[in-house]
Each structure stands twice: as structure tokens, then as C-alpha cells.
Design a protein around this ligand. Structure first.
Ligand code: FBP
Length: 306
């Protein structure tokens, strides 16, 4: 199968990478209903680890069974499925090769509080290779006093993953330190977080949808730009621009479960702003399966320009 012009263009942004990395990026871009469009919709299910099983799966108890999620990702026509080691082991054994897998190599639980935000490394590049994954995933918390430890851990894992021909997906979630809650999704902070992930060698960058808030530290710098950042589309365009002038794949997370029209409005904004897609977890797996497949299908249609 030859690639579409758009997939070839995107692959050209990663010209320094070896064949294995580019094959795996192509796998991600050529799977599911958005195959060939250059857009991605990924199902991430690490919330059981991050937020706890009852908080994550009680709204739709089918989700306690890890097989459910990989089946959902396939039924909906997603490009990939991302999860920590335990869920990926089940997915790889249940439906081997059915959908590209992203092994999330670090995770943080919600049982302890009062510490600097930092995740534990809970998987390895060897695990990703053993399980046939096409990419590793890694979360950084820019703003956390422990950020440099995360950047340095990511540097090692990125090198190892790239040498092994795996793609690298970075969840860049500002939090901790001097950042206020509102700053975590502020447009200036989101743009900075996306840029950091790009500089750390990420092929795919994941941030939260940026709000119109500007953090105190950048208030002066952005004073003249506020009018240009009024809509979500404007703000997404700014984040994409900060990611090497649009030459890195940037996708946006779904957040807490909300009503369908709110989800779809947000996706329209991301699409209009030139975002490359979404990574939607709770808004998918916390709904009954038929509703989740329909909602993911509507999201995919927006990214497909339908
Ligand atoms: P959601 O669509 O459920 O928000 O999932 C996206 C995601 O990045 C997950 O991978 C992760 O568990 C979650 O968001 C983290 O959100 P937070 O750290 O804000 O609790």
C-alpha cells in the first residue's frame, strides 16, 4: 500500500528517524477510519491506574475487563489503543495485531497526596517490543519541581525506543510547583508544554485543550495577543505553531465525561485550529458501548472533514 500525500508529508517531518520509527508512525497514521488522513483518534485507558478503578469504570462496569477497551477501540475505528503494562498485556494476548498498541511507560496513582507530581516508571522499552507495540507513551509534568527527573528519564527511554524503532508519544501536562490550577490549561502554558515535548524528541504530543486564561508569568508577553486567542480554534493553532511550526503531530485529550454536544463542539474547535486529533478516554469508555462507538464515530467524522 502506498501512503497518501498527507502521510508522506507528515513522515517527512521525522526524516532523521530510522526506518522502524517511520514504519510505526505510518502504522498509526494508516489504521482505522482516519487512515491516510493525517489525523488520529486514540483510545487511552490508564485512568484505572491514574484515578482508580471505581472512579473510572463504575459508570460502565464492562470496562473493568481490559478486553472491553481494545474491542471498543477496534469497533470505533480508532488509530491506536494506549494503556499501562497490565492492560496492554491483556490486549496483546486477546487480539494480537488487531490495532496498534502504545505502552504507557510511566503512571501515577491517586492514593497519596502532597508530593510533587511525578509518575513511576512502570514499563520498559523491552516490554513494548515483547508485546508488539508501535510506540511508547510517557507523561511529563512541566512545572513540577520534579520535572527535570522526568525529562531525564524520558531522554533515556526516547533514545532506547528510537533505537528499537518505536515511536514516542508524550503526554505533556503542566502541573505542580508555582502553577495555579487555571494555569495548567492556560494557552501560553499549553503552548510551552507542547514545545517542551517536541524538544524532548516526541513524535506525537498530547496536551489538554487550551483555555483563554494566560498565566501570570506570561501576562505581559501575551498582552497584545489576547484578541487573537479568543476561540478554541485560535488557541489550538497557537499550540500547534509552538510545536515546531506545525511540524509535529499534536493531539488533545478528552477530559472528564461530559454531554455529547460539548464533546463535539470541542472537537470542532480542535479540528478548525489544525489539531491532528484526539485521545479520548473517559468520554468513550464510561458510556455504554453502542453510545461510545457512535460518539467516537462522530468525532472521527469531524476530523475526516465530513
Ligand atoms: P481522558 O480523555 O479520560 O481525559 O484521557 C486522557 C488522559 O490523558 C488519560 O490518558 C489520563 O489518564 C488522563 O487524561 C489524565 O488526566 P488527569 O491527569 O488530568 O487526571
Amino acid at each position: 500500500m502506498s501512503h497518501t500525500a498527507r502521510v508522506n508529508e507528515i513522515l517527512s517531518w521525522y526524516a532523521s528517524e530510522n526506518a522502524g520509527v517511520r514504519v510505526n508512525l505510518a502504522r498509526l497514521l494508516n489504521t482505522g477510519k482516519l487512515a491516510g488522513t493525517g489525523k488520529l483518534v486514540i483510545l487511552p485507558v490508564d485512568q484505572g491506574f491514574e484515578h482508580g478503578p471505581a472512579k473510572s469504570f463504575a459508570p460502565n462496569p464492562a470496562g473493568y475487563d481490559p478486553r472491553y477497551h481494545v474491542e471498543l477501540a477496534i469497533a470505533a475505528g480508532c488509530n491506536a489503543y494506549a494503556a499501562p503494562l497490565g492492560f496492554i498485556e491483556v490486549a496483546a494476548g486477546h487480539l494480537p495485531g488487531a490495532i496498534p498498541l502504545i505502552l504507557k511507560l510511566n503512571n501515577s496513582d491517586s492514593l497519596s497526596s502532597g508530593h510533587d507530581p511525578i509518575s513511576a516508571v512502570t514499563g520498559s522499552v523491552r516490554d513494548a517490543l515483547r508485546l508488539g507495540c508501535c510506540a511508547i507513551g510517557f507523561t511529563i509534568y512541566p512545572g513540577s519541581p520534579a520535572r527535570n527527573d522526568m525529562y531525564e528519564a524520558l531522554r533515556e527511554l526516547t533514545l532506547e525506543a528510537k533505537e528499537a524503532g518505536l515511536a514516542v508519544v508524550v503526554w505533556s501536562y503542566p502541573r505542580g510547583g508555582k502553577l495555579q490550577k487555571a494555569d495548567e490549561t492556560a494557552v501560553d502554558v499549553a503552548a510551552y508544554a507542547a514545545h517542551l515535548a517536541a524538544q524532548l524528541g516526541a513524535h506525537i504530543i498530547k496536551v489538554k485543550p487550551p483555555t483563554a486564561h494566560i498565566s501570570e508569568m506570561n501576562a505581559k508577553l501575551y498582552a497584545d495577543k489576547v484578541g487573537e486567542l479568543k476561540t478554541l480554534a485560535d488557541r489550538v493553532a497557537h499550540v500547534v505553531q509552538a510545536s515546531f511550526g506545525g511540524r509535529r503531530i499534536v493531539i488533545f485529550s478528552g477530559g472528564e465525561t461530559k454531554d455529547e454536544s460539548a464533546v463535539l463542539d470541542e472537537i470542532r474547535g480542535i479540528h478548525q485550529g489544525g489539531g491532528f486529533g484526539s485521545i479520548v478516554g473517559r468520554n468513550a469508555f464510561q458510556r455504554p458501548k453502542a453510545q461510545a462507538v457512535k460518539l467516537l464515530g462522530d468525532i472521527i467524522d469531524i476530523y475526516a472533514g465530513k
